[in-house]
Design a protein around this ligand. Structure first.
Ligand code: F6P
Length: 489
């Protein structure tokens, strides 16, 4: 059992990806820090710098590892606050970045977290041939345990007596139980940002591994989810794998993370976003009658679960079934690279490109490009697309929440119709005012796009107001504080 550090942190967060990353310039050896965004970063700002929180994360790149080696970012409990990009800064948590052996991290992150647990929860396997839980899987699982143990040990070292520890996501499911064994005094929460698989799918995992995944999370005082649906699936899996009841008295919670309206509305009106709007408007162009063309916008990481290819196919179907939209609409698809170490993600990106080009060569004319596809990550362009969208297409196969569905209504300039998959977590809160689709149904999605494009402007505006209200019901700061307070109970 580890002992509490004498002036240890009262609040800790643990996640694979931290709030800061470093790029190493090979020629000059200079390190540049980049600060990340997202719900957790905004949420943590609610407690302020005086709270003395510590965020434990993993070094992900060579730049991160170099930053740890140079002591720019905290590597241990004794590491002092640092200036110059990393470490402790006013208004932020201290960061402890773990330099876990690169091969171990790759096995844990690419091999287990992203290729097994992500696939299980999003139900992505092509089951006639996969998954295959062989000796290589067992080897990678051992690395996943090592990686989880490194987090548990770091948290045990950093935490003050009775501290609250919020462990994030499928990368770190074993941490709560490991940490509980090291430090029984801590209050531990685990939060799943993904969907949770139903028992019949979850039980594809070997029985002992399924029990370890659940048992790991059940080491926490509280296990929390983005929607009731995923929380129920988790308890169903516990009953199916471990027997009736939730052993160990772990409480189950639901916190539906909302959009960060204040940040988004401010950021969306900065000059770089205005510039991107001008250039997107040029790419969308005008219809033969001189009126501006309509736009169907999507913004995603090129992630298998986001269903970008079927979205494109549905758009092609719309042009086929409703030829009156030809030359009058453009599909703006912003599909940013993700998890490019995995071949299946690289292949998926190629397929997105191929289908977009096929639609353009089938329907395009001298002055109309039906699909405008951007593959380079650009946050300002995403916000510009949100502002000008007539229709937002959010059609994931399965998604923990999907914040794009919540952000568009908040930022939209003139009201935008939302086509939303019933398999996105956001459907629970936004379903009533969206045009809802079965993400596998191409013809149905094409019909939904037509309906959304045809919504009278007044109705579109009314729906958008209600969508924006629902989307901002639980801002990131309250989402974070609610979880902290729930751990006190
Ligand atoms: O949805 C789960 C999640 O961990 C998100 O919190 C995050 O946006 C996404 O996956 C990012 O994944 P990665 O760190 O692999 O890019």
């Amino acid at each position: 059992m580890a002992t509490a550090s004498t002036n240890g942190a009262p609040i800790l967060v643990a996640s694979n990806r931290g709030p800061v990353s470093y790029a190493l310039d090979e020629t000059t050896g200079e390190l540049t820090a980049k600060r990340g965004g997202g719900g957790l970063v905004s949420g943590l700002s609610a407690i302020g710098p005086e709270a003395g929180a510590v965020w434990v994360c993993s070094a992900l790149s060579e730049g991160d590892r170099e930053a740890v080696r140079r002591g720019i970012v905290g590597a241990g409990p004794e590491a002092p606050p640092q200036k110059g990009g990393g470490g402790r800064r006013a208004g932020e948590a201290g960061v402890r970045m773990l330099d876990i052996d690169a091969a171990t991290h790759a096995d844990a992150y690419n091999g287990i977290a992203n290729s097994v647990l992500w696939f299980v929860h999003h139900m992505l396997y092509q089951t006639p041939l996969e998954p295959v839980f062989d000796a290589e899987f067992r080897r990678q699982w051992a690395s996943y345990e090592t990686y989880n143990r490194a987090f548990a040990e770091a948290l045990a070292e950093e935490a003050g007596e009775g501290a609250a520890v919020l462990v994030q996501d499928y990368h770190l499911v074993l941490v709560p139980r490991m940490l509980r064994e090291l430090r029984p005094d801590l209050r531990i929460g685990h939060f799943s940002h993904t969907p949770w698989a139903p028992p019949e799918y979850f039980r594809m995992l070997p029985d002992d591994i399924a029990a370890k995944v659940l048992g790991g999370i059940l080491g926490a005082d509280r296990a929390a989810f983005l929607t009731q649906r995923w929380a129920d699936a988790f308890t169903d899996c516990c009953h199916a794998v471990l027997g009736p009841g939730i052993p160990s008295g772990t409480r189950i919670g639901v916190h539906g993370l909302g959009a960060d309206a204040d940040f988004l509305r401010g950021r969306a009106h900065e000059a770089d976003v205005d510039e991107r709007m001008i250039s997107l408007r040029e790419q969308i162009g005008t219809a033969p009658d001189g009126s501006p063309r309509r736009s169907i916008v999507r913004v995603d990481r090129t992630e298998l679960s986001k269903n970008i290819v079927r979205g494109l196919l549905a758009y092609g179907q719309l042009l086929e079934d409703e030829p009156s939209w030809r030359e009058r609409v453009v599909h703006v698809a912003l599909a940013y690279p993700s998890r490019q170490d995995l071949k299946v993600y690289r292949d998926y990106m190629d397929e997105v490109r191929r289908v977009a080009e096929a639609i353009n060569s089938r329907y395009g004319t001298a002055d109309w490009t039906p699909v405008v596809l951007h593959l380079k990550d650009d946050f300002a362009r995403s916000l510009a697309a949100y502002r000008l969208a007539d229709v937002a297409l959010v059609n994931p196969i399965r998604d923990g929440m999907n914040l794009v569905a919540k952000e568009v209504p908040v930022v939209s300039d003139e009201g935008c119709a939302l086509v939303l998959s019933r398999e996105a977590g956001a459907y629970e809160e936004l379903g009533e005012d969206a045009v809802v689709v079965n993400p596998y149904d191409i013809v149905g999605t094409a019909r939904a796009l037509h309906e959304a494009l045809s919504l009278p402007v007044g109705e579109r505006g009314e729906r958008m107001k209600r969508l924006a209200a629902a989307a901002t019901a639980l801002p990131p700061t309250r989402w974070f504080l609610d979880q902290l307070h729930a751990l006190d109970d």
